[in-house]
Design a binder for this molecule. Structure first.
Ligand SMILES: Nc1ncnc2c1ncn2[C@@H]1O[C@H](COP(=O)(O)OP(=O)(O)O)[C@@H](O)[C@H]1O
Ligand SMILES: [Mg+2]
Length: 491
């Protein structure tokens, strides 16, 4: 804007200068050639009159000159006017330079004027004029030459001035074009620089808006290497820190909620189990006693029937006892008692433990041990209990037999155990609820198994992950840190 203002001021100033020159020319130099022409015609007239030979016609002509068109007085006036043009203060410098020439012309005029007056007086006085005629004519001719010369000088000065004027005009035009080009280039440069400066700012502002909307995962991209670039980097770090803290808080909140849920469930389970346990035991005990009594008495068919009924009562009571035991295990999950455990070894033991059960169910079990085993600090009983739950679930998912693989591996600071089955897999909506207490899709299920597994893993600062798609089998992975709380001290 400023540059364009400068161009405007420059152009306006130039035009004003040209205008002043033009006015000066107009008031001083321009009228001169026509004045010179008038003076010349006056002189021609005088010369003609002075050339007349006949005394009478000469007398008449002089009379006409002095009283009629008053040529001598007019000549004097015209020369006066020319001088005043040349002497004007606001006139062009060229006009002032011409003044020297005019001075010569003027003195010639005075000489001529004196001659002319003497000549006319002699004529009027009736003297012999032949002596005066020649010098008068010579004086007129001399003045005419001087006027001619002055006229030439005038037109020369005029054309010189016009040349300079044209040059000035050209200069002004080119100057204006040059300045306008410079201004345009400058404007483009400034626009370019401003855009480049504003780009990182805009990116930063968008980043701030995203963070305000809770999107922490799209960093601010900027190529700037200056303070703005630094600011963007710091801003990204801040957003990343907020994102991590957010995720951690979410996780903690979820865990807290689950823990609270589990605590309630645990208290309820303990209560119910406690209430059920004693009556169940006495029912079981009494049934067994009755069976012994019956065995001692007479063998009749109705007694046989009664014994069958009692046996089924005992079976049901046993199942109820099992369930209450599971509730109790769940409710009274103790704090882990950790020791260094080789998980390869634990898995091998479990395969032995399950051998006959799996054979009956038509399930083949296999161990894929860690080739470079490293002991982990865990509670061996709890990890065993967790794995037993996973293996039982796997078996139950394969009604017509299949495979179970136990895989142990170490990745960095984490050791994991995977239980993979070739069963029917888990539906997506079921996957979301797997770890809820009492969630079960089985007719006889308690829905406490996976909930307990999760509790155990949490108590070890570990993770549980499930990978399953319907019809493709399922893998549960338990991860245990070899260093306790390894992933917690980095935020
Ligand atoms: N290996 C598996 N394959 C398919 N479904 C599974 C598997 N493990 C768990 N589930 C599903 O998760 C539910 C919850 O399991 P769990 O908590 O052990 O309770 P329960 O075994 O008493 O049903 C099961 O009812 C079942 O639907
Ligand atoms: Mg189960």
């Amino acid at each position: 804007m400023l540059t364009f203002g400068g161009v405007m001021v420059y152009t306006a100033w130039g035009i004003r200068e040209l205008g002043t020159t033009l006015t000066r020319l107009h008031t001083s130099l321009v009228p001169l050639p026509s004045m010179v022409a008038e003076v010349k015609s006056d002189l021609r007239r005088l010369s003609l009159v002075a050339g007349l030979n006949d005394r009478n016609s000469l007398l008449r002509a002089v009379d006409r000159l002095q009283k009629g068109d008053q040529t001598p007085q007019r000549l004097a006036q015209r020369l006066d006017k020319m001088r005043s043009r040349l002497e004007r203060r606001d006139g062009s410098p060229e006009a002032q330079a011409l003044l020297a020439h005019f001075q010569r012309l003027d003195s010639e005029y005075r000489a001529m004027d004196t001659q002319l007056k003497t000549f006319f007086r002699a004529l009027e006085d009736g003297e012999d004029i032949t002596v005066f005629r020649r010098p008068t004519r010579r004086a007129i001719a001399k003045l005419a030459r001087e006027v001619e010369f002055f006229g030439l000088e005038t037109s020369r000065a005029l054309s010189r001035t016009i040349d300079v004027f044209e040059q000035d005009e050209d200069q002004l035009a080119w100057g204006a074009i040059f300045l306008a080009t410079v201004a345009t280039l400058l404007g483009l440069l400034i626009t370019f620089l401003a855009t480049r400066m504003l780009n990182p700012l805009r990116a930063l502002r968008e980043g701030v808006e995203r963070v305000a909307d809770g999107q922490y995962d799209t960093p601010v991209m900027t190529k700037a290497n200056d303070e703005l670039g630094l600011l963007a980097t710091e801003f990204n770090r801040m957003a990343e820190a907020i994102r991590r803290r957010d995720a951690k808080l979410n996780e903690q909140q979820k865990t807290l909620l689950q823990r609270e849920q589990l605590a309630t469930v645990g208290r309820m389970s303990a209560q119910i189990t406690h209430e059920l346990r004693n009556p169940l035991s006495s029912i079981g005990l009494n049934s067994e006693l009755m069976m012994e009594e019956l065995a001692a008495s007479q063998q009749t068919s109705s007694v046989d029937n009664a014994r069958d009924l009692l046996m089924s009562i005992t079976r049901e009571v046993d199942r109820l006892k099992e369930i209450t035991e599971e509730y109790l295990r769940f409710a009274r999950l103790p704090v882990p008692e950790k020791s260094l455990v080789d998980l390869n070894h634990t898995a091998a033991e479990l395969i032995d433990f399950f051998r006959s059960e799996m054979e009956r169910a038509g399930v083949k079990m296999r161990l894929d041990p860690d080739p470079v085993p490293k002991p982990v600090e865990v509670d061996p009983n709890q990890v065993r209990a967790a794995l037993i739950n996973l293996i039982r679930n796997a078996k139950e998912a394969m009604a017509h037999g299949g495979h179970i693989v136990l895989r142990i591996r170490r990745v960095g600071d984490v050791v994991y155990v995977e239980v993979t089955d070739s069963g029917g897999g888990i539906q997506v909506d079921t996957q979301e609820r797997l770890f809820e207490p009492f969630y079960s899709t089985k007719a006889q299920g308690t829905g406490l198994g996976l909930s307990m597994v999760k509790q155990i893993v949490d108590a070890h600062d570990g993770f549980i992950r499930v990978k399953s798609s319907p019809g493709q089998g399922t893998t549960f992975r338990l991860s245990f840190p070899t260093r306790i709380s390894a992933e917690e001290d980095d935020v």
